[in-house]
Design a protein around this ligand. Structure first.
Ligand code: NAD
Ligand code: UD1
Length: 339
């Protein structure tokens, strides 16, 4: 039971990479996904990479009866909850859709864990909970700022719900991982990010521009108070991020957690500007990118990057992949998708 993990949203970008790393570490994985932002090709990619086909159940985590059946029919002690909507702009336009899906799915999972006496839950939080932080890099103790979008609000609320559920249930342990900016793809180019429509995030926009699908990348602002005027972020390779989930599950399974509810920043600890990222992509892949400087994007913070001391010390985890390798993998994945 301890070597079995339920992964909600496991067909998605981070979930599929994490499923691969869990299987490689010897876990048996049960994936639940409603395929609202993914498709079965990622499951095929997982099978090709690992030689193992994870058990897949197509279901909506908000559907309590369907999820109760999953709990009844499968023995597992740990759940990684990725399932959520994640488009910041859409969450501003359609907040109810985000509150319903992101909050209801998590509460449903937590209620069923309590009902069935399941122990460990890992939640996908985000650096977005820090907002425009006053002091950088941010530590887990840096105060959260009021969320600037309903999406960000769902992450803050879900963290609080997890804290309260763990406090009320002696049998439950929870870890929230605050991801910084996940980028890249598996080095096999068999799984990666599949943005629908025009990408909002920087790296998918870059790879689609290089592929000729988008005409020109807009760099949103070169007049920020940073060394080169563009924003600073902490770009974390998705395989490194996936590995962080494996060590966090191991910590809970082995009873190594110091408290029953813990939070960890998962980033590289290194700020990278938009210009640096664009130049890195060009260098890694030996190509020229069509880009221009455009006005600032509303809602962007000037800079945010992680202090990862806690994850380094407590989880024994650190980001290992070099940025240029990550940007190479991102481009290989884009080419694979366009084949
Ligand atoms: P993704 O959209 O690729 O994966 C999410 C998966 O969950 C998709 O496969 C989708 O079909 C599924 N899903 C959504 N709602 C569901 C539901 N109600 N029931 C079952 N399945 C459902 O996104 P991702 O980038 O892999 O993100 C995973 C998690 O990490 C999300 O919670 C996201 O908010 C969080 N996160 C992502 C980033 C990022 O930049 N990608 C950053 C910080 C946090
Ligand atoms: C955004 C979300 C954040 C979410 C994260 C997921 C906002 C305000 N924040 O973070 O909540 O967790 O995605 O990865 O939407 N950029 C360009 N041109 C582009 C796209 C982006 O210059 O076409 C710049 C942005 O201004 C930013 C950087 O690239 O400085 C990274 O942008 P992005 O990938 O969208 O991530 P965040 O805004 O950091």
């Amino acid at each position: 039971m301890n070597n079995r993990v339920l992964v909600t949203g496991g067909a998605g970008y981070i979930g599929s990479h994490t499923t691969v790393e869990l299987i490689n570490a010897g876990y048996e994985v049960i994936v639940v996904d409603n395929l609202s932002n993914s498709d079965r090709s990622s499951l095929e990619g997982i099978r090709k990479i690992t030689g193992v086909e994870p058990k897949f159940i197509e279901a909506d985590c908000c559907d309590k009866e369907a999820m109760r059946k999953v709990f009844q029919e499968h023995e597992f002690n740990s759940v990684i909850h990725f399932a959520a909507y994640k488009a910041v702009g859409e969450s501003v336009a359609e907040p109810a859709k985000y509150y319903r899906n992101n909050i209801l799915s998590f509460v449903t999972i937590l209620e069923l864990m309590t009902e069935f006496g399941r122990k460990n839950v890992l939640f996908s939080s985000s650096a977005t909970v820090y907002g425009d932080a006053d002091v950088l890099p941010v530590t887990e103790h840096t105060p959260r700022k009021p969320a600037t979008s309903p999406y960000g609000n769902t992450k803050q609320m879900a963290e609080d719900i997890l804290r309260d559920m763990v406090a009320a249930n002696q049998n439950l342990a929870g870890i929230a991982l605050r991801y910084f900016n996940p980028i890249g793809a598996h080095p096999s180019a068999l799984i990666g990010e599949l943005p629908r429509g025009v990408p909002n995030n920087l790296v998918p926009y870059i790879t689609q521009t290089a592929a000729g699908i988008r005409e020109c990348l807009s760099i949103f602002g070169d007049d920020y108070d940073t060394p080169d005027g563009s924003c600073l972020r902490d770009y974390i390779d998705v395989v490194d991020l996936a590995r962080a989930h494996v060590v966090a599950v191991e910590r809970m399974v082995s009873g190594g957690s110091k408290q029953r509810y813990e939070i960890f920043n998962i980033g590289t600890g290194r700020p990278v500007s938009v210009f640096e990222l664009v130049r890195g992509f060009e260098q890694a892949n030996d190509l020229k990118l069509n880009y221009k400087v455009a006005p600032r994007r509303a809602g962007d913070v000037t800079a945010v990057w992680a202090d990862t001391t806690l994850a380094n010390q407590e989880l024994g985890w650190r980001a290992e992949r070099e940025l240029l390798d990550t940007l190479r993998a991102a481009w290989e994945w884009e080419k694979h998708v366009r084949q």
